[in-house]
Design a protein around this ligand. Structure first.
Ligand SMILES: NC(=O)c1ccc[n+]([C@@H]2O[C@H](COP(=O)([O-])OP(=O)(O)OC[C@H]3O[C@@H](n4cnc5c(N)ncnc54)[C@H](OP(=O)(O)O)[C@@H]3O)[C@@H](O)[C@H]2O)c1
Length: 249
């Protein structure tokens, strides 16, 4: 098992949900964590919690759609910790909508955050990881990166992208640069993610899922990420699909 103590990580989307839980978990594992998202107050509160628990974290307010801000995040991480050993490429939005309702602005936002944001982070950390001749990039895809459901056309498109990107990245980067790559594909997790949905047709059917099943908690996905990161160095967990026991699909 790989010991994470003394390593460093960037977690994007650390201000809530899966990113916040993962940052906590990594800090408990002895990882120094750079916390990235737009809501600075949330990041400050998380840093204070991690400090109080004896961990190490820095706050890096970042909009992942801006390549310069993501480069500044990588630079700040290197300055603070001297390396970037782990990237948890997690920031994402999910404004589901039916195609016939033409939420074109939201289609574009999803491409900007879920596709371009993920690429900005990969591009920002790869030079350091290649120089170090080691690293681990965990990209957060989704069950929606394997299957589509009503309203998920564009969101699924972005998450299929993340899965395809991860597969090729692993093939190109693991054997030649010792950079492991993992795609995590969660089913329903109880987070703020649905808050970005504005489509009335989707919102009308939303209540049902929470009543019908026990969703996963963010900590369940943090545990999954921990599993992939702590696999022995000769093992690259390429992808993990993790579903609530009760969820169909
Ligand atoms: N919840 C689920 O059921 C589920 C299932 C499968 C996959 N996922 C994926 O898991 C990831 C995390 O989502 P979550 O469920 O934890 O939802 P969440 O609580 O809404 O977290 C999303 C995170 O992304 C950040 N973010 C959004 N836009 C950003 C931007 N432009 N720049 C920087 N950060 C940005 C948000 O921070 P700020 O708003 O502060 O910037 C927030 O920290 C997403 O990629 C999502 O697609 C979630």
């Amino acid at each position: 098992m790989t010991d994470l103590t003394g390593t460093s990580a960037i977690v994007t989307g650390a201000s809530s949900g899966i990113g916040e839980a993962t940052a906590h978990r990594l800090a408990q594992d002895g990882v120094s964590v750079a916390l990235a998202a737009r809501r600075e107050e949330r990041l400050n509160a998380l840093r204070d919690d991690i400090d109080a628990e004896g961990g190490t974290a820095i706050v890096c307010p970042t909009d992942v759609t801006d390549r310069d801000q993501v480069q500044a995040l990588a630079d700040a991480t290197l300055d603070a910790f001297g390396s970037i050993d782990i990237l948890v490429n997690n920031a994402g939005i999910m404004p589901l909508s039916l195609m016939e309702n033409l939420h074109e602005g939201e289609w574009e936002q999803m491409v900007d955050v879920n596709v371009k944001g993920v690429l900005h982070a990969v591009g920002a950390v790869l030079p350091a990881m290649m120089e170090q001749e080691q690293g681990h990039i965990v990209n957060i895809s989704s069950v929606a990166g394997r299957r589509t459901f009503p309203g998920s056309a564009v969101y699924s498109g972005t998450k299929f992208f993340v899965r395809a990107l991860s597969e090729r990245m692993r093939n190109e980067l693991a054997p030649s640069h010792n950079i492991r790559v993992t795609s995590i594909e969660p089913g329903a997790v109880d987070t703020e993610l649905p808050n970005t949905i504005t489509d009335e047709d989707i919102l009308a059917g939303m209540g049902d899922m929470q009543d019908e099943m026990q969703m996963m908690e963010s900590a369940d996905i943090a545990d999954t990420i921990h599993y992939a990161l702590t696999a022995p160095e000769h093992v690259d967990v390429e992808e993990l699909l993790v579903m609530p026991t009760d969820q169909q699909g």
